[in-house]
Write a protein that binds this ligand. Structure first.
Ligand code: ZN
Length: 428
């Protein structure tokens, strides 16, 4: 029996991490929460945390993304009360109808295809539970019904990056005569999201004789797909050829990892990801991967191999965009590509911030960034923007595009631009 989908939100309570505060293309503030339904958690049973690993539709639907769109008055009142910033945890009360001070919101429950459909509602109540920087250590829950603050602490701990996930530094080096080479980068058209696939060729000698074996392994840099709020930016048909391989995740934002729920090859891939604070839905993904021994923690400043360098951007860890993983890919002929996710170029560790490159994927979907643009190896090298037209942020921005053009990059996009239809972009 299928689930009957609600048409509006009910009188539900949520425990929610504020993942993003952004300004939409009309200059209004949009808050994005990664949340779990408090009223569907089996408090105070000690096994309540099992909901994170439960794949039954009833358990899945406890996880939701909420996009709140306060008007100026509501946002001013909120700002005075809680000074909202990314990484805070809230207790939210939802309602189907507007009441005084309520904020309109859109609500996307986790279904079979991820967060793919949303319904309308209102946030009628909002309490700050944890102000990430000043959070006290969580205490174990007692036998009685916990307070909202205790619940918030408990969910935050349960959603954290799995402590036992092994460090990628511990991975052994492949034998010396095994040889990897990077041959092609495909910036996929995934609408308002980011998903790049690097073709890696692995060659190794036969045990006897002079033969060589070859194997092509995809390395995905991010695995994004639009969540419901940006579903209309997704390509049609909504299919991609995604093979299992390795995923290097720049950061735990849904526009960089929602493909986990869309393409069966992605939960079957090995993920290398930064250990950062995250909300319940992202935590659910991390725990799935860890349970299946497919999650590696990337905890170094850089990892340098002949064909690739993985870097940690040097922003503060609480800033997901600016502390994400970046990649420099080197082709056999020496040409280099830079993939930065949503991090500013200036946040790359030296000398990568000041190097020049033959190809880049423009940072942050072609939107706002601080500091300089890296230099092309020659004028006219290509910079590709990964974004979907009509997204509510208004990405890319004219200012960011001009900055790239002034640096002598030739801009391209995965969306339709200058008579080039939308689609994947390949390099070289
Ligand atoms: Zn992004």
């Amino acid at each position: 029996m299928g689930l009957i989908r609600e048409k509006t939100v009910g009188n539900w309570q949520l425990i929610a991490r504020l993942d993003q505060i952004e300004t939409d293309r009309h200059g209004r503030t949009v808050l994005l929460f990664d949340a779990i339904r408090d009223d569907l958690i089996d408090w105070p049973r000690p096994e309540w945390g099992k909901i994170f690993g439960d794949d039954a539709p009833e358990a899945r639907k406890a996880f939701a993304l909420v996009r709140a769109m306060p008007d100026d008055t509501a946002f001013a009142a909120l700002s005075e009360r809680v000074r909202p910033h990314e990484g805070q945890w809230f207790w939210l009360e939802l309602a189907p109808d507007a009441s005084t001070g309520a904020m309109p919101c859109e609500y996307a429950a986790l279904g079979e295809n991820g967060y793919s459909q949303h319904i309308q509602g209102f946030i009628s109540g909002l309490d700050l539970l944890i102000d990430e920087e000043t959070a006290p250590q969580p205490r174990p829950l007692g036998a009685s019904v916990p307070t909202n603050k205790q619940k918030g602490q408990a969910v935050k701990s349960a959603a954290a990056f799995p402590a036992a996930a092994p460090s990628f530094s511990r991975i052994g080096c492949p034998p010396q005569r095994w040889h990897f080479s990077a041959t092609k980068i495909t910036v996929r058209d995934v609408g308002q999201a980011a998903f790049v696939t690097l073709d890696l060729d692995l060659h190794w000698p036969s045990a006897v004789g002079n033969n060589h074996f070859n194997l092509r392994v995809p390395l995905h840099y991010d695995a994004g797909w639009p969540v419901s709020f940006h579903d209309d930016t997704a390509p049609l048909p909504q299919t991609l050829n995604v093979q299992p391989g390795i995923v290097v995740l720049s950061h735990w934002d849904w526009d960089h990892m929602h493909g986990f729920y869309r393409f069966a090859a992605l939960p079957d891939s090995s993920w290398i990801a930064p250990d950062r604070p995250m909300g319940p839905g992202a935590g659910r993904v991390a725990q799935y991967l860890h349970k299946h021994q497919r999650l590696w923690r990337f905890d170094r400043k850089r990892l340098r191999l002949p064909w690739i360098c993985i870097l940690t951007a040097n922003g503060p860890p609480k800033d997901a965009n600016q502390s994400g993983l970046a990649m420099v890919v080197k082709l056999a002929d020496g040409r280099r590509a830079l993939l930065t996710g949503d991090a500013d170029y200036a946040r790359l560790p030296s000398p990568f911030a000041t190097d020049d490159y033959d190809f880049i994927v423009a940072t942050h979907h072609g939107a706002r960034f601080a500091g300089h643009v890296v230099t092309p190896a020659a004028p006219g090298c290509r910079a590709v923007i990964s974004a979907g037209l009509g997204n509510y942020y208004g990405h890319p921005t004219l200012r960011a595009m001009l900055a790239h053009a002034r640096a002598k990059w030739q801009l391209e996009a995965t969306f339709e631009r200058k008579k080039q239809p939308r689609g994947d972009r390949e390099w070289p």
